[in-house]
Design a protein around this ligand. Structure first.
Ligand code: SF4
Ligand code: SF4
Length: 427
């Protein structure tokens, strides 16, 4: 069931969330036991250290996904699962939803706080678009393939019978209501080609640099991700200039780009030289293999792995961690291991500086980590959908049985990178 929650909904600043333990204390204890058993609270290393060790995990809520209820619950679940960073839309309400989810998780158990990253674009980009159509234009006999194909449950249509239909029995007169739930649409584009009547439009947008600069000053925003095509650096340079001094508040600047073949490295070097004079924090290159496709199937991750192999072999690339995205799913770590790019020898609590330094200098110390988007949302989304259909819009921690189920899914995925020793590593 889809949510219809306004993107302009006011979310109050992060507050401690009161958990209703009544009737559910045993299940909530099971949640705590699970998180304690795999050792998430004992992860005291910072997200920076995770990047160095190669076991950084980022949850991508979606650059255009703005359903604040789902985002809050996803953030809670993945914080308990031990992610290092939560990447979300550059919108004040969305950032507050992430912060609320993180703080609610930390009310349950003292896990460390993941970084919050906001995503922006320097030009038109697949991640920054919405689908749109007028349901009144849709023939009533359409089988609504758009609704079925949407991975975000962002299309909801309800046929409405007209007076004429009721009195004359025709099914061709009347109107539909509903359409695209804007805040849930994250621009994957799967609905566009399936509409037999070509009714769905693509609406693109570019995040405003001035508004972004203001968001970066919030103390619950730690990082920015700039999506760029990599094909021309002028828009990138303009955006970077527009962010001005606000970048000094950051711990990490990520640049996300697709594989543009032989020119990728020169593009990275150009962007690095633009950033360098004002880059006073870590930087990361997000290798966007096959955008927004991790939920499609096993093979979706191949392109991001191939991209990683290509960049790992490049001697002349600029400084910065490498992190996979775009098609990443439960098969990504296995693919990286095959290529010798996953630091399998680092376990969850490697704190010995000497062994870490040795590993970092080894040929396998090239991948900082993995970001999971559509796949991470899909596996937990099943539980959130069930929660919502049973209880409506609600806080997941008020239903510990659902929280436990969602957490098992999240841990199974995050654990592939963090090397959790856990019975739920079934993916
Ligand atoms: S673009 Fe993707 S997320 Fe948006 S409505 Fe279409 S199928 Fe759903
Ligand atoms: S597939 Fe096209 S015509 Fe049919 S309901 Fe969807 S948008 Fe309307």
């Amino acid at each position: 069931m889809a949510l219809n929650f306004s993107i302009n909904a006011t979310i109050s600043p992060p507050n401690p969330v009161k958990v209703n333990y009544k009737n559910s204390s045993k299940t909530l204890q099971n949640v705590k036991n699970l998180v304690n058993k795999i050792g998430v609270p004992s992860i005291s290393s910072s997200p920076h250290e995770s990047l160095q060790k190669g076991n950084w995990v980022k949850l991508i809520c979606g650059a255009s996904f703005e359903d604040v209820v789902d985002i809050r619950n996803l953030s809670l679940v993945y914080t308990l699962a031990g992610v290092d960073c939560i990447d979300c839309a550059a919108d004040a309400s969305v950032v507050s939803a992430v912060s609320q989810g993180i703080e609610a998780a930390r009310e349950i158990l003292p896990v460390r706080r993941p970084w919050t990253m906001i995503s922006v674009n320097d030009d038109e980009d697949l991640h920054f678009r919405k689908a749109e159509f007028d349901p009144d234009d849709c023939p009533l006999d359409c089988s609504r393939p758009c609704e079925k194909v949407c991975p975000a449950d962002a299309i909801l249509l309800e046929g409405k019978k007209s007076t004429a239909e009721v009195s004359h029995g025709t099914d061709m007169i009347g109107e539909s209501k509903g359409g695209v739930i804007t805040e849930r649409c994250y621009g994957c584009g799967r609905c566009f080609p399936v509409c037999p009547y070509d009714k769905i439009r693509e609406v693109t947008y570019v995040r405003d640099a001035t508004a972004t600069a203001e968001l970066l000053k919030r103390n619950d925003v730690d990082a920015i991700e700039i999506h760029t095509s990599g094909r021309q650096t002028t828009p990138f340079e303009e955006l970077w200039a527009g962010l001005g001094d606000s970048v000094r508040y950051l711990r990490l600047v990520a640049v996300s780009l697709p594989n543009i073949g032989e020119t990728t490295i020169s593009s990275l070097n150009q962007m690095y030289s633009i950033m360098e004079p004002h880059l006073h924090c870590l930087n990361l290159w997000q290798l966007d293999g096959r955008p927004m496709s991790g939920d499609i199937g096993r093979g979706a991750t191949r392109e991001s792995i191939a991209f990683a192999v290509q960049l790992a072999a490049a001697k002349d690339r600029p400084p910065g961690f490498l992190q996979l995205a775009g098609g990443t799913n439960a098969h990504t770590v296995a693919g990286l291991k095959k290529e010798g790019l996953f630091r399998t020898s680092i376990t969850k609590n490697t704190t010995d500086e000497k062994s870490t330094a040795n590993l970092l200098s080894s040929s396998n110390s090239l991948i900082g980590g993995i970001a999971y988007g559509g796949y991470a949302r899909k596996i937990v989304g099943r539980v959130l959908n069930s929660l919502q259909s049973q209880h409506g819009l609600t806080l997941i921690e008020d239903h510990p049985d659902h929280l436990l189920e969602a957490l098992q899914e999240a841990i199974a995925l995050v654990g592939t990178v963090k090397c959790y020793d856990d019975p739920f590593l079934t993916h």
